[in-house]
Write a protein that binds this ligand. Structure first.
Ligand SMILES: CC(C)(COP(=O)(O)OP(=O)(O)OC[C@H]1O[C@@H](n2cnc3c(N)ncnc32)[C@H](O)[C@@H]1OP(=O)(O)O)[C@@H](O)C(=O)NCCC(=O)NCCS
Length: 193
């Protein structure tokens, strides 16, 4: 299925465990200010472990002004006033990893424990499945236990752990954890049904 066709399902509503409704839709260039605000409200202890310096307005501007959903599909969850979560599906668009997607997720502290990370990652797993990807990966620093737990619940297993392999924003080394799961292909689905 074409990504463009799949994106036509958005915006759509998802329900949190407390009954609140949130809107799910891809990031748009006009989200720049709210997206920067979202990352500024993530605790610094967690941000130190992120791959990118997300409090730098230039980083966020680049992400918002150069959206290419084929390369990176950032899916947002929003309530009436703010962004509550961001989950992204990254693709290589060629090369030996062209059949492998990578997913990451961040949920605002005020919206945690309500099933939002699970909902969003599930949503992107479905997108990945429908556009024909065969594997998904997710990368972590060893300390990101909550996130590793969420992905574990969604069928991801640890593929490898490299001791003190990556460095945080303060150049402190941490274990690198690669998790992954296989996606069933259309042919396998057809054979099983
Ligand atoms: C990890 C994170 C995304 C979880 O978001 P969330 O919306 O609170 O997670 P959910 O409510 O969907 O929880 C999913 C499952 O994980 C469990 N879980 C969530 N946080 C947990 C924690 N801190 N410790 C243990 N389990 C946890 C939940 O109990 C739930 O399990 P269940 O299905 O058995 O009920 C969020 O804490 C976060 O944004 N952390 C910082 C960002 C980060 O580290 N991202 C990793 C890069 S990919």
């Amino acid at each position: 299925m074409m990504l463009e066709d799949l994106l036509e399902q958005y915006p759509k509503t998802a329900l949190l465990k407390d009954g609140r409704a949130v809107i799910l839709r891809p990031l748009q260039p006009t989200d720049e200010r709210a997206f920067h605000q979202f990352f500024c409200e993530i605790p610094e202890t967690e941000r130190l472990l992120f791959k990118h310096r997300v409090t730098d307005p230039e980083v966020i501007r680049d992400w918002c002004q150069n959206v290419n959903y084929h390369r990176i599909l950032p899916l947002l969850a929003l309530d009436e006033t703010r962004i509550l979560a961001d989950a992204s599906l990254h693709q290589s668009l060629g090369g030996w990893k062209r059949h492998i997607g990578r997913i990451s997720v961040v949920v605002h502290p005020a919206a945690r424990g309500l099933g939002l990370a699970k909902t969003m990652v599930r949503e992107l797993i479905e997108v990945a499945q429908n556009i024909g990807l065969e594997h998904l990966e997710a990368e972590f620093m060893g300390e990101q236990l909550a996130a590793r737990h969420v992905f574990g619940k969604l069928g991801f297993t640890e593929l490898l752990v490299l001791k003190d392999y990556v460095k945080d924003m303060q150049a402190i080394p941490h274990d690198y954890v690669l998790m992954g799961r296989r996606l069933i292909t259309d042919e396998e689905f057809a054979a099983a049904n």
